[in-house]
Design a binder for this molecule. Structure first.
Ligand code: NZQ
Ligand code: ZN
Length: 388
């Protein structure tokens, strides 16, 4: 295990009715709030009306940035930054999934910076300050509610890039699993795949001796495998939604990746696909993951992939390569059982764009740590995932 420092400053309020904490949490940070949300799910669910009542009851004035798209755009961030400046906003409150939260984080940083917020994503500027961010989570997937990252798309440059800073940790997050009852099946499946992918990116590592992180990771994968299908069939099953929601937060809050080298090649590739084709993040990951696993399988990586197969899928094969292959097959079957597409072709990618994706994502360097991948490797994975 490697040395590490870890500090998670986000206060979590988890469970039914925990929205009751929102008023006092907001008052801790300010009375002028920018409310950031997506395309309307919070209005349909009634959560929006609840928020307005809480604002009134707590003497909070608010302005809104509505319509944040999945794969949130830098144009929304710029709009939000303008609103913060015009209205002297003190707290940015994101209500929704990872897209609204990431947009809110980028706004919060942009409001404390003299240049354009896109600078943070192209490494032209570092985030040192941000307005406080709070979140009310409605979709279990990204872990953004408890981490310091934001991922933003730029339609003009066709890029989707991430940034991170300890200034971006939400100050508080309200996690009421009941708010995720209304998540539609395709987003429930994609969210489950995203959580699993976050675990894979940290579990499949060249670092040895991280026994505790690895057993925690396997428990999280088994939780997703157990509860993902239940949430899909019974959207109002509290136990399933609660376990998925908490796993989503734990999977990307530093717990699994601290003390290890982590991979992230599959995420890098998916982000480049999303930049060009605006696909649902978790769906892109579900398609790529089994192909990435197949491609990186060799004598050196087989023991870890076999360990995954044995500990997560209870495969009792003693040969590592055979066990690994069986585990990979089970992974692909699982994603299919969540009714997700299994090829890039099916979701509308054009074969001719694969080379561009591979070139842009590697940009002359290698991806990943479990096994380093160059442009040709990435193209091979994309070609395999294209056919499915
Ligand atoms: O926009 P609304 O109307 O709210 O609808 C959303 C959206 O259409 C809907 N939804 C959310 N909660 C709902 C609901 N519909 C009904 N009932 C509810 N309770 O779901 C759709 C997807 O929402 P979105 O926020 O885009 O999903 P997700 O949470 O999966 O976020 C994806 C974004 O996060 C980024 C992804 O790349 C993508 O841009 N990621 C962020 C990370 C981070 N900050 O740490 C890490 C991840 O790896 C990821 O890259
Ligand atoms: Zn992800």
């Amino acid at each position: 295990m490697l040395n590490f420092d870890m500090h998670i400053p986000t206060r979590i309020h988890f469970g039914r009715g925990k929205i009751e904490e929102l008023g006092s949490e907001m008052r801790n940070w300010g009375r002028k709030v920018l409310l950031v949300y997506g395309g309307g799910s919070i209005k349909r669910s009634g959560l929006y009306d609840q928020l307005i009542q809480i604002f009134q009851d707590n003497g909070i004035t608010h302005v809104e940035l509505a319509g944040v798209q999945p794969n949130p755009r830098i144009s929304s961030v710029r709009q939000g930054v303008d609103l913060c400046r015009q209205h002297e906003i003190e707290l940015v409150l994101a209500v929704g999934g990872g897209s609204s939260i990431d947009c809110a984080k980028a706004i919060a940083a942009g409001a404390c910076y003299n240049g354009d917020a896109w600078d943070f994503f192209i490494r032209q500027a570092r985030i040192t300050h941000a307005l406080p961010v709070g979140t009310v989570l409605t979709l279990a997937a990204t872990g953004s509610e408890m981490n310091p990252y934001a991922v933003i798309s730029n339609d003009e440059t066709k890029q989707k890039l991430g940034t991170g800073s300890s200034a971006l940790f939400p100050r508080f997050s309200i996690l009421d699993p009941e708010y995720s009852f209304s998540v539609p099946p395709e987003q429930t499946a994609a969210g489950t795949a995203d959580i699993m992918s976050h675990v894979f990116e940290q579990y499949f590592s060249p670092t040895e001796g991280s026994y505790v992180q690895d057993r925690l990771a396997e428990a999280m994968l088994r939780t997703c495998i157990h509860y993902g299908p239940i949430a899909l069939e019974q959207p109002n099953n509290y136990e399933a939604r609660a376990n998925l929601m908490w796993t989503g937060s734990l999977a990307l809050n530093g717990l699994l990746g601290s003390g290890k080298l982590t991979d992230w090649a599959t995420h890098d590739i998916e982000h480049q696909i999303s930049a060009l084709y605006d696909v649902t993040h978790g769906l892109g990951l579900a398609i790529l993951t089994p192909h990435w696993m197949n491609y990186v399988l060799d004598e050196k990586t087989a023991p870890r992939l076999a360990e995954y197969a044995r500990n997560v899928w209870a495969i009792s094969e003693s040969d590592d390569i055979k066990a690994a292959r069986a585990g990979i097959a089970r992974t692909a079957e699982f994603f299919k059982s969540l009714r997700m597409a299994s090829s890039l072709k099916e979701i509308g990618l054009e074969e001719k764009s694969l080379e561009t994706i591979a070139r842009q994502v590697t940009n002359g360097e290698t991806l990943g740590a479990f096994k380093k991948l160059d442009c040709k490797d990435v193209l091979n994975i994309l070609l395999a995932a294209y056919e499915g």
